[in-house]
Design a protein around this ligand. Structure first.
Ligand SMILES: *[C@@H]1O[C@H](CO)[C@@H](O)[C@H](O)[C@H]1NC(C)=O
Ligand SMILES: *[C@@H]1O[C@H](CO)[C@@H](O)[C@H](O)[C@H]1NC(C)=O
Ligand SMILES: *[C@@H]1O[C@H](CO)[C@@H](O)[C@H](O)[C@H]1NC(C)=O
Length: 129
């Protein structure tokens, strides 16, 4: 009983602190998830190559709150393969090295907020099935 109350008190106090933090914002922060321009339909990459992933950076917010990273995606699944991370989302491009994959159609996801993915394109890997 006392333990439960103590936990509840801690929880409420944490909530109160969170509320206070958000109640006094220093600046407006925006999540940003711009559309990917390259790679796109018809793009062919080979494992081991380096390419610039590019995105439309024409309307960047002044402050970006989300952490930038790029994942590889196949079908409807985001793969736990990080192609790039912690780059500047305003730059509109970042170099990635194409990983070893089983040859197939992939897309890349730029995070971004909830993530914005490219069109499907082909990666030629060292293994064909
Ligand atoms: C990526 O873009 C930058 C800037 O345009 C360029 O210097 C670099 O060579 C490009 N990298 C590749 C792999 O094309
Ligand atoms: C990739 O997609 C294209 C177009 O849908 C298809 O013709 C091709 O067979 C696919 N390639 C592989 C390796 O899955
Ligand atoms: C990609 O970004 C554009 C512009 O921000 C947005 O309208 C679109 O819904 C996004 N697409 C996806 C798949 O998240």
């Amino acid at each position: 009983m006392m333990f439960t109350k103590a936990v509840a008190a801690l929880f409420l106090s944490a909530l109160a602190q969170t509320g206070m933090t958000y109640a006094a914002p220093l600046e407006k922060r925006d999540v940003y998830s711009p559309p990917v321009l390259y790679p796109h339909t018809g793009t062919v990459w080979y494992s081991g190559q380096t390419h610039n992933v590019t995105w439309d950076n024409s309307n960047p917010p002044t402050s970006i709150s989300n952490r930038a990273f790029i994942l590889l995606r196949q079908g409807n699944s985001e793969l736990p393969v990080v192609l790039a991370h912690d780059f500047d989302l305003r730059a509109g491009r970042v170099e990635v090295e194409v990983p070893d994959v089983i040859t197939g159609n992939f897309s890349i996801v730029l995070f971004g907020d909830s993530g914005n993915w490219s069109e499907d394109f082909l990666i030629n890997g060292p293994i064909d099935f």
